[in-house]
Design a protein around this ligand. Structure first.
Ligand SMILES: Cc1cc2nc3c(=O)[nH]c(=O)nc-3n(C[C@H](O)[C@H](O)[C@H](O)COP(=O)(O)OP(=O)(O)OC[C@H]3O[C@@H](n4cnc5c(N)ncnc54)[C@H](O)[C@@H]3O)c2cc1C
Length: 473
């Protein structure tokens, strides 16, 4: 019996359920990755996410090589490449982790149908979360739309039937006749070009990062997670994005740490909560794929958005005149990552202060983030824009000055990313326009926050009324 594992967003050998299931009945197999031109986000020269992916792929290839297995990398549409490869190898089964996006699900269905017509089994396991996907349903059998009851149901299910990481099995030998392919990109050359230094890819780096985080920072996570000036979060998001480490492995290790160090329980529990948020957004996307195009709350598709190219450019380039917003956007441009608290602040600023459609911010984040993930990014944007799952109403509008003062109280974050403000005294740092002589090289605020807050609330209110009356303006 021969099988193929199609690696996608599960670039790991450990705790990989689809792989394990396929290997359980195979004597020979082939690990395969298909570079799909529809998905490779932009040109690898400029996309940090593509670079990180290819680095992880290279490292996966090296690990397989050490175990005497070639990682076969093909370019093209998986719907064309995989059936061909199945014929070439004589494989009788193909395994892969199930997709959550509408595009991925359509593609997987096409591959599955084609192979089924030729009598080839597909093993498709939804495995991106901790609990097997799609199991968390309300009493009426529907998916949850609000996080707190979802979280409660999640823990109930976990306590009834916990799901633990599975061991990496002994790997059977490869199907003969295939050579190892190298991931097709020179990562070092590209790093020079874009000057963004990305985290090291691969399972070993991910496990090391998890261990370091659980040894120290997690104890203070409940306090530090909102402080962009501190290194208080795990920075595991790119690894989780590509399944280089599984959420289940993270969850299980964190639980072990909690039982060994009960004094760290508060931080650990908060961190576990974030992993469950990730799962919540995946389940929302699976249940309602329309959210990638439409507002989760349909009434807010009637919000009148501004067409403001100058405002968008100022936001995207970090020159809005609001220090915490600009610091966040510059951190994003220079590191391909942004702190969660600041993601919320900049998203609120784009959608409420500039009244620009959340979809534009979502798309820019997907271009720039190394961890850009359709479910979490969409969930985060819709949450911040009040069009999503947040039960708080639309009049939650973040004030960039008070947010800055509260979460960057010593100004370290702003000073790091906005050098023009380095010498501004702390009392003015988050509102430099209040100085008698504001720094000349830093822009004045492009909008008046209190005024824009009022307009935003009016527009959201009008959308709700229009929805009720059935009269979109
Ligand atoms: C507007 C906006 C856009 C976002 N876009 C993305 C995205 O494209 N990809 C992405 O992975 N996360 C996204 N997030 C969520 C969050 O900002 C990042 O997951 C987090 O900052 C990653 O840093 P970390 O690994 O140090 O997180 P930690 O604080 O260490 O959390 C551990 C893990 O939990 C998950 N997680 C944490 N917070 C959230 C959250 N709010 N929602 C979903 N999962 C979460 C992530 O996988 C993260 O790696 C977005 C949030 C907002 C507000």
């Amino acid at each position: 019996m021969r099988g193929i594992h199609w690696f996608r967003n599960d670039l790991r050998l450990r705790d990989n359920r689809a792989l394990n299931e396929m290997l359980a009945s195979c004597e020979e197999w082939l690990p395969v990755f298909v570079i799909d031109p529809r998905l490779m986000p932009g040109s690898p020269e400029v996309s940090p996410r593509a670079r990180f992916l290819l680095d992880c792929l290279e490292r996966l290839g090296a690990e397989l090589d050490r175990r005497g297995l070639p990682l076969v990398i093909r370019r093209g549409l998986p719907e064309d490449v995989l059936p061909g490869l199945v014929v070439e190898t004589g494989a009788r089964s193909l395994s892969f982790g199930a997709a959550t996006t509408p595009f991925g699900r359509r593609r997987d269905a096409a591959v599955r149908d084609d192979l089924a017509a030729n009598g080839v089994e597909t093993i498709c396991v939804r495995d991106e979360g901790i609990l097997s996907g799609g199991r968390i349903l309300s009493g009426s059998g529907k998916p949850y739309e609000v996080y707190s009851p979802y979280r409660k149901a999640w823990w109930r299910l976990w306590n009834e039937s916990p799901e633990l990481p599975v061991q990496c099995p002994d790997l059977p030998p490869p199907i003969e006749g295939f050579d190892k392919d190298r991931a097709p990109v020179l990562v070092d050359r590209m790093q020079e070009q874009t000057r963004i230094s990305l985290p090291t890819g691969g399972e070993r780096a991910a496990r090391r990062r998890l261990a370091t985080f659980l040894e120290g920072p997690v104890s203070q996570y409940h306090e530090d997670r909102d402080r962009p000036d501190r290194d208080g979060t795990s920075r595991l998001s790119p690894y989780l994005r590509f399944g280089v480490i599984s959420a289940r492995q993270c969850f299980a290790r964190a639980l072990e740490t909690r039982s060994l160090r009960p004094e760290s329980a508060e931080g650990i529990d908060k961190w576990l909560d974030e992993l469950i948020w990730r799962e919540f957004y995946q389940d929302v996307l699976c249940a309602q794929p329309r959210v990638l195009r439409e507002s989760f709350r349909p009434e807010y598709d009637l919000v009148e958005w501004n067409d403001d190219p100058d405002g968008f450019a100022a936001w995207a380039e970090g020159r809005t005149g609001y220090p915490i917003v600009d610091a966040g956007m510059r951190q994003l441009r220079q590191t391909a990552w942004m702190h969660n608290r600041v993601r919320m602040i900049v998203a609120s600023f784009l959608t409420k202060d500039l009244l620009i459609d959340w979809r534009r911010g979502e798309a820019l984040f997907m271009d720039l983030l190394v961890d850009g993930d359709p479910a979490s990014n969409n969930g985060g944007w819709q949450w911040a824009a009040s069009t999503g799952t947040d039960p708080q109403p639309y009049f939650r509008v973040f004030n960039p000055v008070t947010q800055g003062r509260r979460f960057d109280p010593d100004g370290r974050y702003v000073r790091r990313w906005v050098p023009e403000l380095r010498n501004v005294p702390l009392e003015f740092l988050h509102a430099p326009w209040e100085m008698e002589r504001p720094p000349r090289r830093y822009p004045a605020p492009i909008v008046d926050h209190p005024e824009r807050r009022k307009i935003a609330i009016e527009r959201f209110e009008r959308a709700r009324v229009d929805r009720v009356n059935g009269t979109p303006s």
